[in-house]
Design a protein around this ligand. Structure first.
Ligand code: PHE
Length: 343
């Protein structure tokens, strides 16, 4: 008789000691103590062997056992559920993620990168410089001292009364820095933001971007300049593109020219983009004035070079037929979205 009681008490102790912590152990616990063939059933049937006066006591023990098994099961199941979520279980890494809203590259960046890529293919590296410039680098070294009338070509945002400091009006200032600090041969482009005090309109802004280029070596000629511009125009606007040079003036180049490309919209027959002329202007260029070379301590007898400058906004407007420069600075997603996937 005592044996039957001992057996039941041992099962009770086993239930109390059990710690089924994961799903598998919990299921085993359930089968063992609460399932259709659980061990408590055998203990119940042993009740028949007990004398009447002890049956009640044994029945109560059985109820305690069953309650203990149920309580333990519920308690461990709840613990396993919360525990799994908080620390032990690694989330399913193969599950699809939340969609992330992707931005797009700004058209100015797209065209700038394209220009860098085109010039890098023929050996031009990228150089950068400060946007706040001093008089020497932005003007004087480039043949435009303070009293020179050509200063009026560019409406400058001066930062000091004596006009010693300003926001750069072109990235030619970086050319001066490169010529001062490095020895020829030099072959580099200078992309960057520039500032001019102009009334904002569809065709002009107080800030825009340029890519200027500089090539200095022995025996560099105007033919090299022409061929470089021709190569660029064809890579940027298509293989059928023609170029034309118009005589012009810049204080730091001699001779100087304006570069036109054949209108890639109408192919030269005349349309609103080229104002019926068949040609559109993309920038300025020329042979670096020997005075500028000497200003930068480069031997102007031994070395010669060419320089060019183009507005990125202008190239972008032509390439993508955007008719208002202000759109570039408004960051309206309806414009930017149209450049999704463009590189
Ligand atoms: N710096 C000139 C400008 O901003 C462009 C240019 C660069 C012209 C190099 C000739 C040579 O207008």
């Amino acid at each position: 008789m005592q044996e039957i009681f001992d057996k039941a008490n041992a099962v009770l102790a086993a239930i109390n000691d059990a710690k089924p912590s994961n799903a598998e152990e919990l299921e085993q616990f359930r089968i063992q103590y609460l399932g259709s063939k659980n061990v408590l059933k055998d203990l119940f049937s042993a009740m028949a062997q007990l004398p009447g006066e002890r049956k009640k006591e044994y029945g109560q023990l059985m109820n305690t056992l069953k309650a203990a098994a149920e309580a333990k099961y519920e308690e461990q199941k709840a613990a396993a559920d919360t525990g799994a979520k908080s620390s032990t279980e690694i989330p399913d890494l193969t599950a699809p993620g939340y969609p992330v809203a992707m931005g797009t590259r700004h058209p100015i960046s797209i065209v700038k990168n394209k220009m860098i890529e085109i010039f890098s293919r023929i050996g031009f590296t990228v150089a950068e410089g400060p946007e706040v410039e001093d008089d020497w680098h932005n003007f004087t070294a480039l043949g435009t001292p303070k009293d020179h009338p050509a200063r009026d070509m560019q409406d400058t945002f001066y930062l000091s009364e004596d006009k010693e400091w300003m926001l750069r009006t072109h990235t030619s200032s970086v050319q001066v820095r490169m010529m001062e600090n490095q020895k020829p041969p030099l072959r580099m482009i200078m992309p960057g933001r520039v500032y001019r005090n102009e009334t904002i309109s569809a065709r002009a802004h107080c800030t825009f971007h340029q890519v200027e280029g500089l090539y200095i070596d022995e025996n560099v000629s105007f033919a090299d300049l022409k061929q470089t511009m021709f190569y660029f125009a064809q890579e940027m606007f298509g293989r059928d593109t023609q170029i034309r040079f118009r005589p012009s003036f810049f204080p730091f180049t001699e001779p100087s020219a304006e570069i036109d490309i054949s209108c890639f919209i109408c192919g030269g027959s005349g349309c609103p983009v080229c104002k019926q002329s068949g040609w559109v202007e993309i920038g300025g260029c020329g042979m670096v004035d020997p005075v500028v070379l000497e200003n930068c301590k480069i031997d102007a007898v031994r070395y010669s070079g060419f320089a060019f400058g183009m507005g990125i906004e202008r190239i972008t407007m032509l390439k993508y037929q955007i008719n208002d420069l202000r759109l570039f600075f408004e960051n309206d997603v309806r414009l930017l979205k149209q450049f999704e996937g463009a590189l």
